[in-house]
Design a binder for this molecule. Structure first.
Ligand code: AMP
Length: 181
């Protein structure tokens, strides 16, 4: 478990970029957490401690910042990593889900054999941040559609005022390291 001091330290390493990528959005920049070795190690130690006892088979990460935390966690647990990518990026046969954005729709994909056709493979999904939850909900549905057991969806940062948690909880358990009210 992280102490409140440790959570404050981690939060202090995340940089706010106003009006990126468009006016009105405050972008949470995690590059300043990643290049702080104390923060990155503290975070990964915490995730390793949380997920070690769950006897997982794979970590799945959402493009693109979910790849950084997800791949690091997978090697710490000694298990495989599976990428979920935006439409058209994965080279083999895929399964896809559309989801609503503020304006328009987006689509996310997974390889049909991502979990090596291991039925009921135990999976945790990870991304850097959850806002409205649309991306994570679509990713959760894909993981289940290809036959895996989605144990939990996990986020470094939860923007708690946007209702994302409720979206994810329609599909799986929810966990966030840091809450921003
Ligand atoms: P959503 O589907 O609304 O939950 O958006 C989540 C995805 O968009 C994640 O992959 C985040 O990395 C990214 N994202 C959304 N809002 C922000 C934000 N304010 N700062 C950084 N990334 C964001």
């Amino acid at each position: 478990m992280l102490t409140s001091e440790e959570k404050s330290y981690l939060l202090g390493t995340i940089r706010d970029i106003p009006d990126f990528p468009k006016p009105g959005i405050v972008f949470k920049d995690i590059t300043t957490l990643l290049n702080d070795r104390k923060a990155f190690t503290l975070l990964m130690d915490h995730l390793q401690e949380r997920y070690r006892p769950m006897e997982l088979d794979f970590i799945a990460g959402i493009e693109s910042r979910g790849f950084i935390f997800g791949a690091a966690l997978a090697t710490r647990l000694g298990i495989g990593f599976v990428p979920l990518r935006k439409r058209g990026k994965l080279p083999y046969t895929t399964v896809s889900e559309k989801y609503a954005l503020e304006y328009g729709i987006d689509e996310i994909e997974i390889h049909i054999d991502a979990f090596r056709n291991q039925k009921g493979a135990r999976v945790v999904l990870i991304d850097d941040l959850i806002a409205t939850g649309g991306t994570a909900k679509a990713a959760s549905r894909l993981i289940k559609r290809v036959g895996a057991d989605l144990v939990e969806a996990s986020f470094i940062i939860h923007l708690a005022f946007l209702g994302g948690r409720e979206q994810v909880e329609e599909e799986t358990n929810f966990y966030a390291v840091l809450e921003i009210e």
